[in-house]
Design a protein. Structure first.
Length: 94
């Protein structure tokens, strides 16, 4: 995951982003599995941010934007590869 995120920091839409990743097929079952794992990572971090936002009186939209700023490569990669977002966070990003 770290390698693909490092590549995504340069160009998240690069067509060779997922090429030559050691053990990608074995660990994730290929590109789709790796994207699913990255989506899961985003979702876990977002849920933690939303929980913290609730405790701190912060809005959901602020928490979402904060996470996107903290993990720009991950967010850009998911957006560039059209990894479906749940409707609530998508609406928050507007």
């Amino acid at each position: 995951m770290h390698e693909v995120l490092a590549r995504a920091a340069t160009d998240p839409a690069n067509p060779v982003l997922f090429q030559d990743l050691p053990d990608c097929e074995r660990l994730f079952g290929g590109r789709a599995g790796l994207l699913a794992a990255l989506r899961y990572r985003w979702d876990n971090h977002l849920h933690a941010k939303l929980d913290l936002a609730l405790l701190q009186g912060q809005s959901s939209a602020e928490a979402y934007r904060e996470l996107a700023a903290e993990q720009p490569a991950l967010r850009a990669l998911l957006d560039a590869h059209d990894v479906r977002r749940p409707s609530a966070p998508m609406a928050l990003a507007s």
